[in-house]
Structures are given as structure tokens and as C-alpha cells.
Ligand binder design. Structure first.
Ligand code: GLY
Length: 405
């Protein structure tokens, strides 16, 4: 595959480099897409000022297909389960390709209830899980504490989900950067100013400094900023919005280990709280969910709520050193599911909108995008997530200023 030769209509001059595939955005989704595309023999570049940044630097890395099941999201459940099933082989392949450990840990999850309302909510979730044939076991409070002795005495019951595991998103990202480099992916460390469209086809992108990159196919994988790229026709622009999550990182000193043996989570006063223990001794506590636009401020209120709720679950956390507080932006979509594959603009694909499931969906997204880039078609399991599901209803036109993505 070769990029079109002309630059007509771009208004940009200068040397032009051409790729088979240009991925805009170097977070985990952009990187896995590029890695898989390069493995299929496509000459691939990723444009991002700091590849490996993005929401994965904040994410806890839960692979929670079963414990994060919601009513109305049964189609997404299928994709989440397909990706979870691929994780062991994906982790082994990526670790081999990069020479780095991605912290994949088959530890399971315990979702607990602290009061009667929480317990009723968990009972509903359990019934939904069983209706879908998922592996989830109801435990009494005492059985929960037998599994995790540091749980609060007031825990009223819980769900043991042995198939919801975790990986370390920072290690995953670093490994993907290395795997991309080793597979020959070119990392263009720059912001993208706009998409280039030539004769009604995506033809590359213009970088911040005016450099034009040509490409036979372009993948927009810019996370929560994916809906902001100038040059993308309005009807194709993904309806993605930022959803803020504040996350804490604590450290479990050797004397306290093992603190928790698996991910422990709950819904407290309507908010999700989870504690994800890593083998390295890191304990991740997340996460708020805030619709505040592009704000990434860590607030006293956010930290307070997370610590208050986590403390209700596991009182001993107040003894642990707090080593990091950070906020990131999940790429939310109207149906909480990703947008994958070809758009109505020939040559432009999307890989965005993964919302709460970016880390979980990394393996299946890489496979689906590689298939779409080489055959023009998404594999069966990814077809319900075509961006075309949002393009039938016309949306009000938006005027986008050129701003780097
Ligand atoms: N999947 C966890 C979160 O987005 O907070």
C-alpha cells in the first residue's frame, strides 16, 4: 500500500514522507494498533509528542470484564471477554517482543458490599452475571474476610470473580513502545495539527511544525482528544468526551506484605472504589469519575473521597505511604463502547472511545485494527463497534480550530 502522491488542497509544502499506516496518538491503543500493523508488513508511523503517555499512565490496569458488567452493555461484554481471554498469550508475546515484564497478574477480584444497599446492588450484579453464564461466586462477609483478612469487619458479603485479573499499564505501555520500535514503527514525536484529505480520502496528517506525513491509511487513536482533530469531516468526527478519573498510588512496605492478594472493589455511596495490589508492592486506589471537560487537577475532595471509601473497605491503608496522586481522562463514548475500524471517510479508521476498558481491550483492539487495515473489514467480534453506528443521525456542524492532537 502506498500513500497518494499529491498534496493538493493541503496548503502545506515541504518534504513528504509516506507510510502505509499513520497512527495519530501513541497511547496504548495507538501503540498496539501500530505494533500489530507493522507485524503484518505495513510501513507504520505513530505521531505523538510523547509516545507511551496518555490515560494508561494513570489507569489501574484492572481487566474487569465480569465485575464491571453493566445492564445494557451485553455486546461490549462479548468484546471484553474476548480480550480478557487473549491476555495470557498477548502478555507472553509482548514480553518476548519487548524483553519487558508487563505485570500481568492472574489474581482475581473480590467485589464487596459494606451495607444493605451495596449488598442489594451486588446481588443484582450477580444475577446479571449468572444470566450471562459468567463465573462469579457469592460469599458471606466472613468468607470474604477469610480470603482477604484485612477487609473491614463490617463487610456484608461479596462476589468472588476469579477471572478478573490485572496488568500494570505503565509497564504495558513501555513494552509496547519497545515492541513498536523493534518492529520498525517510526515514532514521530510531535503533535498533529490536522488530518490531510486529498480527493475525499484521508491521505496523512500535518504535524505541528508544518511537516506533512502521507499515508495510505490513517488511524485516529488520540484517546479523549480524538473528537478534536481539525480536518476530519464533521460526520466522521468521533463523539468522544473526556471523563476525569483521579487515582492514588500507595506503597506496601515489606513488613505489611502480603497486604491484599487480589483486587478488592466496592460501590460506596454510589461511587466506585477499587484497590489493585501489584507484585511490586504498589497499591493503586481508584477512581473518581467526573464530567469536567479537560480538567486534570487533583483535588483535595477527590483524594479525600478515595481515601475515605478505601479506608471503609480496608482500614489498614491509612498506615501506607501515599506516593502519588494523579488524574487522567478516559475517552468516553455515547454507549461506553469503543469505535473501531473504517469510517465513512475512505482511508480513515478510528480506534478510540474505550472509556473504562482501554487496558482490557488492548489485545482485541490490536487484532481488530490489524485486520481492518489489511483487509478493509473488521473481524466478527469487533463489527458491532464500527464508528458507523454513530453516523446515521446527522449532527450539528462544529467548527474546529486547528489545535494540536
Ligand atoms: N476501569 C476502571 C476505571 O476506568 O476507573
Amino acid at each position: 500500500m502506498h500513500a497518494p502522491e499529491g498534496t493538493e488542497g493541503s496548503g502545506v509544502r515541504g518534504p513528504r514522507t509516506s507510510y502505509d499506516v499513520l497512527v495519530i496518538g501513541g497511547g496504548i491503543i495507538g501503540l498496539v494498533t501500530a505494533w500489530r500493523a507493522a507485524q503484518r508488513g505495513l510501513r507504520t508511523a505513530v505521531a505523538d509528542p510523547s509516545p507511551g503517555g496518555g490515560a494508561a499512565q494513570v489507569a489501574a490496569g484492572m481487566l474487569a470484564a465480569v465485575t464491571e458488567l453493566h445492564y445494557g452493555e451485553e455486546t461490549l461484554l462479548g468484546l471484553n471477554l474476548a480480550s480478557a481471554a487473549r491476555y495470557p498469550a498477548f502478555a507472553a508475546e509482548l514480553e518476548e517482543a519487548s524483553g519487558q515484564d508487563i505485570g500481568y497478574r492472574a489474581c482475581g477480584t473480590l467485589a464487596v458490599a459494606l451495607d444493605a444497599d451495596d449488598r442489594a446492588h451486588l446481588r443484582e450484579l450477580h444475577a446479571l452475571q449468572l444470566r450471562h453464564g459468567l463465573d462469579s461466586q457469592w460469599l458471606t462477609g466472613r468468607e470474604c474476610r477469610r480470603l482477604e483478612p484485612l477487609l473491614a469487619p463490617g463487610v456484608r458479603g461479596g462476589l468472588r470473580v476469579d477471572g478478573d485479573h490485572q496488568t500494570d499499564p505503565r509497564r504495558l505501555t513501555a513494552a509496547l513502545v519497545t515492541a513498536c520500535e523493534r518492529a520498525g514503527v517510526e515514532l514521530r514525536r510531535a503533535w498533529v495539527r490536522r488530518l490531510s484529505v486529498v480527493r475525499d480520502r484521508a491521505a496523512g496528517a500535518v504535524l505541528e511544525d508544518g511537516t506533512e506525513l502521507g499515508a495510505g491509511q490513517v488511524v485516529l487513536a488520540a484517546g479523549s482528544r480524538s473528537g478534536q482533530l481539525a480536518g476530519v469531516p464533521d460526520e466522521v468526527l468521533p463523539p468522544v468526551r473526556p471523563v476525569k478519573g483521579q487515582v492514588l498510588r500507595l506503597r506496601v512496605p515489606g513488613a505489611y506484605a502480603p497486604f491484599l492478594s487480589r483486587t478488592v472493589r466496592a460501590v460506596v455511596r454510589g461511587g466506585q472504589v477499587y484497590l489493585v495490589p501489584r507484585e511490586s508492592g504498589e497499591l493503586v486506589v481508584g477512581a473518581t469519575s467526573e464530567e469536567l471537560g479537560w480538567d486534570t487537577t487533583v483535588t483535595a475532595g477527590g483524594v479525600y473521597e478515595l481515601l475515605r471509601d478505601a479506608h471503609e473497605l480496608v482500614p489498614g491503608i491509612t498506615e501506607l505511604p501515599l506516593v502519588e496522586t494523579r488524574a487522567g481522562l478516559r475517552p468516553g463514548s455515547p454507549d461506553n463502547a469503543p469505535l473501531l475500524g473504517p469510517t465513512a471517510l475512505p482511508g480513515l479508521h478510528l480506534a478510540t472511545g474505550h472509556y473504562r476498558n482501554g487496558v482490557l481491550l488492548t489485545p482485541v483492539t490490536g487484532d481488530a485494527m490489524a485486520e481492518a487495515l489489511t483487509t478493509g473489514e473488521l473481524p466478527g467480534e469487533a463489527r458491532p463497534f464500527s464508528p458507523c453506528r454513530f453516523t446515521s443521525a446527522p449532527r450539528a456542524p462544529r467548527v474546529l480550530q486547528e489545535q494540536p492532537v
